[in-house]
Design a protein around this ligand. Structure first.
Ligand code: ADP
Ligand code: 3PG
Ligand code: MG
Length: 377
């Protein structure tokens, strides 16, 4: 079995700082191992740009997986070619081999048919459990499906079911919360969710663009002036938008900097809005009160620099105690919640960053489109 996983985990000095994506693929791996399959795991790591880069070798991923499942995971130094073919030939039932980073070959991101065929030649069935990479039409996510029967893994299935329900059969009342830095990267998601939700709360830097579009002055905050028209048209068409009432401001997002909490119509000219204030958190939580589900993407403030993580943390604390199904997505938001051990208190945490956004935009993800069982997943 050729199993495509997304073990593209955050690294610091070649050390894994968060192994969530590895853990989330374990049900699929265990299931297949128990059924005595021979597992060939494929992943990318980082963006090594078609060349071997020692900083992005998959050996540490293989050892971490081995520790987590308490089984040997053999690492091979390439992902195609005679040495790999030999290693695969001698595999026994229930054995696991992890291939070297597929992005060491330029054929991966080019979805080169020849490279895809070489990968496919290693196995008999292709399982895609890499939801986080499903928005990339690469050789190991799309190309291989030309040559092998292609099916979804258990993580892929769970992501498609949970996020898919929001898209096709949304529970009501449905509330969305969108934060993060830029409207321009989230406009597709905002438009798509506006068709499905009862209320949509906006936080993060992008709220500043909406507030400025309403005529308020945002000081030195991050505002996308070229998105003011877009923001205005969304404000005019949608009575569903809920904007911040207050903001935490400072001269800059630096540790120890003096901060103040002000109403959104009183942002001093020399200050930046760096987080939502407590009244806003209260308002967002009231909006979520009684909701069947809450979908949240993007942090409400500069969570990397305390105290500008307070708004995000307080909202998460509030949601953790609510009866609503809580669906969390976005690389930065998930990292923010993990820091405070709040991620595990949400109903569902997506493993996708870009993939989750594109899914919620309503785009067809190429890595899902090629799977035989996509309709049943
Ligand atoms: P996600 O990865 O969860 O989808 P984004 O990538 O859209 O989120 O945005 C995350 C970034 O937004 C973080 O780096 C955070 O510091 C930044 N951000 C949030 N609020 C503000 C703000 N008020 N001013 C500047 N940056 C902000
Ligand atoms: C991700 O982390 O979003 C996926 O692993 C895809 O990585 P990429 O953005 O480098 O294609
Ligand atoms: Mg991000």
């Amino acid at each position: 079995m050729l199993v495509r996983v997304d073990f593209n985990v955050p690294l610091e000095n070649r050390r894994i700082v968060d192994d969530t994506r590895i853990r989330e693929a374990i049900p699929t791996i265990q299931n297949l191992v128990e059924r005595r399959a021979r597992l060939i795991l494929i992943t990318h790591l980082g963006r090594p740009d078609g060349q071997v880069d020692d900083a992005y070798r998959t050996a540490p991923l293989a050892s971490r997986l081995g520790e987590l499942i308490a089984r040997p995971v053999r690492h091979v130094d390439d992902c195609v070619g005679p040495s790999v073919e030999n290693a695969v030939k001698t595999m026994r039932d229930g054995e696991i081999v992890m291939l070297e980073n597929v992005r060491f070959h330029p054929g991966e991101t080019k979805n080169d048919p020849d490279f895809a065929r070489q990968l496919a030649a290693l196995g008999e069935i292709y399982v895609n459990d890499a939801f986080g990479t499903a928005h990339r039409a690469h050789a190991s996510t799309v190309g291989v499906a030309q040559y092998l029967p292609a099916v979804a893994g258990l993580l892929m299935e769970r992501e498609i079911k949970t996020l898919g329900r929001i898209m096709t059969d949304p529970p009501h009342p449905l509330v969305a919360i969108i934060g993060g830095s830029k409207i321009s990267t989230k406009i597709g998601v905002i438009r798509s969710l506006l068709k499905r939700v009862d209320r949509l709360c906006i936080g993060g830097a992008m709220a500043c663009t909406f507030l400025k579009a309403k005529g308020l002055s945002m000081g030195r905050s991050l505002v996308e002036d070229d998105q003011l028209e877009v923001a205005r048209s969304l404000l005019a068409s949608a009575g569903t938008l809920v904007l911040p009432l207050d903001a935490v401001v400072a001269a800059d997002a630096r540790p120890g900097v003096p901060v103040d909490t002000v109403a959104v119509d009183a942002v001093p000219p020399e200050m930046k809005v760096l987080d939502v204030g407590p009244m806003t958190v209260e308002r967002f939580l009231q909006t979520c009160d009684g909701a069947a589900a809450v979908v949240w993407n993007g942090p409400l403030g500069v969570y990397e620099v305390p105290p500008f993580d307070h708004g995000t943390d307080a909202l998460a604390q509030g949601l953790a105690g609510s009866d609503a199904q809580t669906i969390i997505g976005g690389g930065d938001l998930v990292a923010a919640l993990q820091k405070q051990h709040l991620a595990e208190r949400m109903s569902f945490v997506s493993t996708g960053g870009g993939a989750t956004l594109e899914f919620l935009e309503g785009k067809v993800l190429p890595g899902i489109a090629v799977l035989r069982d996509k309709a049943h997943a």
